[in-house]
Ligand binder design. Structure first.
Ligand code: NAG
Ligand code: NAG
Ligand code: NAG
Ligand code: NAG
Ligand code: NAG
Ligand code: NAG
Ligand code: NAG
Ligand code: NAG
Ligand code: NAG
Ligand code: NAG
Ligand code: NAG
Length: 446
């Protein structure tokens, strides 16, 4: 599973199983058959294409015993066993990062004639992104999840299953979701039920909006205009007495405002959390930290410092003036993924009093030399200088096969040494693999 899926897996409880979900040209069908109980059929039309691959984040599977952040065994989904997951290769040019020969090229669609392409495969519970790659001659590099890494490679999204909002910048992926089936996907040591990201009944859905706002210095989507994705809870009342609590939720490196609602179905998760009464009706703002007028390629933490200043002086006032969103730090939270988690760390350290809670998902200060080297992280001296650091809600979440593993472990150790209470969630445990009694123990090692 991707880092985003792992993180969203931490956010909520499960919902009832759905029998079948259809999204235009992608059909998710309950089969009641191994290996997952569900099959996904893709249909695509392009009369001039000679070959069509499905990639853009749709990856083969791997297991806990043969995986590193940069290596996946690349099992075909037909070989799925409960406990398997997927990891994205970090560098598409690194031989061996997807499959033993590093030769995974995406899933080849069948040509069914007259320009029609089709492909059917089982998948387990989760949220998946995909894009079509046409006539790609780049070998394994056709299978990258990030088109920006491979100049000239075009990702075609599914015109009948468009993303909530195309981000124009990098990801051009469509999304589908597969429900959980405990008959085929149950794994004793890990909850693999991701149904909390499936849509709730329409009457209980909040509203998702793409919003442009005035932000002097911004260079995208227009001069002095910046963009964000907004979630307003069901029955949102702009005149209600108490303003809504607000969560600022940041994308990661190379990302955009629309990544959380697109790739992680974050607004479905928030719908579920509100419906199940885990959280009160909440406004969610997914801002975008690139193109604000800061130096996007500049060294850290200067970019994060610049973004912090921008958000506090421009973004928050805009949100609070325009929507019924709380301006009380007690009812504001900031969270983010990866580089967005580094931004969250910047907010925690340098905007401590502006938020009551901080969610750090896979990142803090960037690459760390070791799990135990806490130099530069929060310390007793930081807490002595800024006692509020010790009374915020701090959540640290990351995955076992996560490029930010060392960074997050160092952060957790630093928080412990500084006596700061925090909530920790690790997607898969290290160093002891989960459930050694099951899974792929019998397979060859690489
Ligand atoms: C169809 O495939 C061709 C390559 O053969 C590509 O140039 C074209 O953009 C594709 N058309 C659509 C609508 O995706
Ligand atoms: C991968 O290799 C190609 C061709 O050598 C190069 O142009 C590209 O920059 C490399 N990409 C990465 C991410 O290293
Ligand atoms: C990759 O290479 C291995 C070994 O040669 C082969 O079994 C496998 O089918 C290849 N995979 C693809 C996607 O070509
Ligand atoms: C491709 O077509 C063949 C022949 O009809 C079929 O057996 C196979 O299941 C198809 N593969 C996929 C992945 O849809
Ligand atoms: C995204 O996909 C659409 C539809 O397949 C295509 O027309 C468009 O050119 C793609 N956009 C980018 C930026 O690749
Ligand atoms: C935001 O501004 C851009 C550039 O002017 C425009 O293309 C886009 O449609 C606008 N989006 C919204 C939601 O208004
Ligand atoms: C909120 O109040 C304003 C003026 O007080 C009124 O114009 C508007 O219609 C109200 N909106 C709703 C949804 O009640
Ligand atoms: C942005 O930062 C990079 C790296 O430090 C530097 O080379 C570049 O000159 C900076 N750009 C601007 C516009 O300051
Ligand atoms: C952030 O906190 C500082 C210090 O308490 C305060 O001066 C500033 O107004 C706050 N900013 C916002 C947007 O709440
Ligand atoms: C916080 O602000 C200080 C002073 O500007 C700066 O040195 C530091 O890098 C900032 N960020 C963090 C995470 O400490
Ligand atoms: C930090 O402070 C705690 C008491 O709050 C103390 O137990 C601990 O030894 C201190 N750590 C260091 C490294 O000074």
């Amino acid at each position: 599973m991707s880092t985003i899926t792992q993180i969203t897996a931490l956010l909520a409880t499960s919902l009832a199983l759905l029998a079948s979900t259809t999204t235009a040209s992608v059909t998710v069908q309950y089969t009641g058959r191994a290996p997952t109980g569900y099959e996904v059929t893709f249909k695509y039309t392009n009369a001039t294409a000679n070959k069509v691959q499905i990639a853009g984040g749709l990856l083969p599977f791997t297991d806990q015993f043969h995986t590193t952040p940069a290596f996946s065994t690349a099992y075909d989904p037909h070989e799925y066993r409960p406990g398997d997951f997927f990891v994205a290769g970090l560098n598409v040019n690194t031989t061996g990062n997807l499959g033993p020969q590093g030769n995974y090229t995406g899933f080849y669609m069948n040509n069914t004639g007259n320009g029609h392409w089709e492909w059917t495969s089982p998948f387990p519970s989760g949220t998946y992104s995909y894009a079509y790659i046409i006539d790609c001659g780049l070998g394994p590099r056709c299978a990258t999840t990030e088109p920006g890494q491979v100049p000239g490679l075009t990702f075609y999204n599914d015109p009948q299953n468009l993303p909530f909002q195309n981000d124009h910048l990098q990801f051009n992926h469509s999304i589908f979701q597969v429900p959980y089936d405990k008959e085929f996907q149950y794994y004793p040591a890990l909850n693999l039920d991701f149904d909390f990201s499936l849509p709730v009944p329409t009457a209980h859905q909040g509203k998702a909006l793409a919003v442009n706002y005035s932000s002097p210095g911004s260079t995208y989507p227009a001069k002095d205009i910046h963009d964000l994705a907004l979630y307003l809870p069901p029955n949102y009342d702009p005149n209600c007495t108490d303003p809504y609590p607000v969560l600022y939720l940041s994308h990661g490196g190379g990302g955009s405002a629309y990544d959380w609602p697109n790739l992680a179905k974050a607004f479905n998760i928030i719908d579920n959390l509100i419906l199940e009464q885990w959280i009160p009706p909440t406004v969610v703002v997914c801002p975008a930290f690139y193109n604000l007028g800061c130096n996007d390629t500049g060294p850290f933490p200067e970019l994060m410092i610049c973004v912090r200043e921008n958000y506090l002086s421009i973004l928050l006032p805009f949100v609070e003036e325009t929507y019924r969103a709380s301006s009380d730090p007690e009812h504001r939270a900031f969270a983010g993924l990866s580089l967005g988690s580094e931004l969250t760390y910047e907010m925690y350290i340098n905007a401590t009093s502006n938020f009551s809670s901080f969610g750090l998902f896979s990142g803090a200060r960037g690459p760390a030399s070791s799990d135990t080297n806490t130099a530069g992280y929060i310390s007793n001296a930081s807490v002595a200088a800024n006692p509020e650091l010790a009374n915020r809600g701090v959540f640290v979440g990351f995955g076992n096969f996560d490029i930010a593993f060392t960074d997050c472990r160092a952060l957790e150790l630093a928080l412990e040494l500084a006596g700061v209470p925090f909530l920790s969630r690790i997607g898969l445990w290290k160093p002891t693999p989960y459930g050694i009694d099951a899974g792929r123990t019998g397979r060859v090692t690489y």
